[in-house]
Design a protein around this ligand. Structure first.
Ligand SMILES: [Zn+2]
Length: 143
């Protein structure tokens, strides 16, 4: 009768693939969310991410347009919260400044901060995706 350990080995096949532990803090520091050693961004780039983590042997981009959701969902949400907070402060402190100023300054601030948030939006997107869809053999850089 097979034990649970031998059943687990049989389901993994003969591959030596090991799933590392996912961590949030390295992702927030724009590092690999598994080992924390590799930078997520390409060297010298602010927005563009590298191909993957060499020590962990997995690619960051699982499919074409992988980070498009990060821009749409996380950065848009961050910009909206920033604009609402800035708008509330403008109405509270500078309500006599005029509609254009009261609405325009928070909108400009939200646009700038959402641009600056792009790497963290992508890193959070990567972390959330890996939290819900763990690494598998298809994600390896070098099979
Ligand atoms: Zn890594």
């Amino acid at each position: 009768m097979p034990t649970s350990n031998s059943t687990a080995k049989a389901s993994q096949g003969t591959s030596s693939f090991r799933r590392p532990r996912l961590k949030l803090l390295p992702a927030l520091l724009l590092r690999c969310p598994y080992c924390g050693k590799s930078r997520l961004q390409k060297k010298g780039c602010f927005i563009e991410f590298d191909v993957g983590c060499v020590p962990c042997n997995y690619k960051y981009t699982r499919e074409i347009g992988y980070f498009a959701g990060a821009a749409q969902m996380l950065n848009y949400g961050f910009a909206a919260v920033t604009a609402m907070g800035g708008g509330a402060i403008m109405v509270w402190k500078y309500s006599d400044a005029g509609d254009f100023v009261v609405a325009g300054i928070p909108a400009a601030f939200a646009g700038i901060t959402s641009f600056l948030f792009i790497p963290w939006g992508r890193a959070l997107w990567l972390w959330m995706d890996h939290a819900t869809h763990p690494l598998n053999e298809d994600d390896q850089l070098v099979p």
